[in-house]
Design a protein around this ligand. Structure first.
Ligand code: IMP
Ligand code: MG
Length: 179
């Protein structure tokens, strides 16, 4: 049973669903009359992005972006290599970057700078989860699903060694699984 790998379930799929409809409402209000482009960061954000955009009730253009960290795998360095670049022109667009989780914040800071260099009108950040105690840089999160403590979590797009992404909930992984 996959559940044996978890300390506990942190957010049920019902709880996630409710939170995402609130986020979708907020974004719908904030972006009325704007040229909204939602950019999902692969692979982790794919499920969150799919649910989020279906709760936004204004026109939205979608794109995806993928990076990998250089160097040590266990710790984010903030130095990233682009694996899949954006396809659409961001000039004068109102961009929301959608990420699964902010840990150190280094990856997202790099990605935000990169998007800003494409002359958009605005760039905001929407992340499903945030670990504020793990931040190593100043990072402004404009739309947030949930704050969490420094646990290692999986599910709802988030993985450990490419596993558990398919779970419809967020669970805390047992320490013995990843250490
Ligand atoms: P950082 O904010 O630059 O440290 O990197 C954030 C990235 O690290 C996320 O996009 C995830 O891929 C990964 N990550 C950080 N914490 C977790 C976690 O608890 N579970 C799964 N992946 C995580
Ligand atoms: Mg990720």
């Amino acid at each position: 049973m996959i559940e044996n790998d978890f300390e506990k379930i942190l957010f049920s799929s019902d709880k996630i669903k409710n939170r995402i409809s609130e986020l979708g409402e907020k974004i719908t209000e904030d972006y009325k009359g704007k040229n909204l482009v939602v950019i999902g960061i692969l692979k982790g954000a794919f499920i969150f992005m799919a649910d989020l955009v279906r709760s936004i009730r204004i026109p939205v253009t979608l794109d995806f972006f993928s990076v990998s960290s250089y160097g040590m795998q266990s710790q984010s360095s903030g130095v990233v290599k682009i694996k899949k670049d954006i396809d659409i022109d961001l000039t004068d667009k109102d961009v929301i970057i959608v990420e699964d989780i902010v840990d150190t914040g280094l990856t997202l800071n790099y990605i935000k700078k990169y998007m800003k260099s494409h002359n958009p009108k605005s760039v905001k950040i929407c992340t499903f989860l945030d670990k504020p105690k793990a931040h190593k840089t100043e990072i402004k999160i404009d739309y947030l699903g949930f704050q969490i403590e420094n646990h290692f979590v999986v599910g709802y797009g988030l993985d450990f060694a490419e596993k558990y992404r398919n779970l419809p909930y967020i669970a805390i992984l047992k320490k013995e699984i990843y250490s």
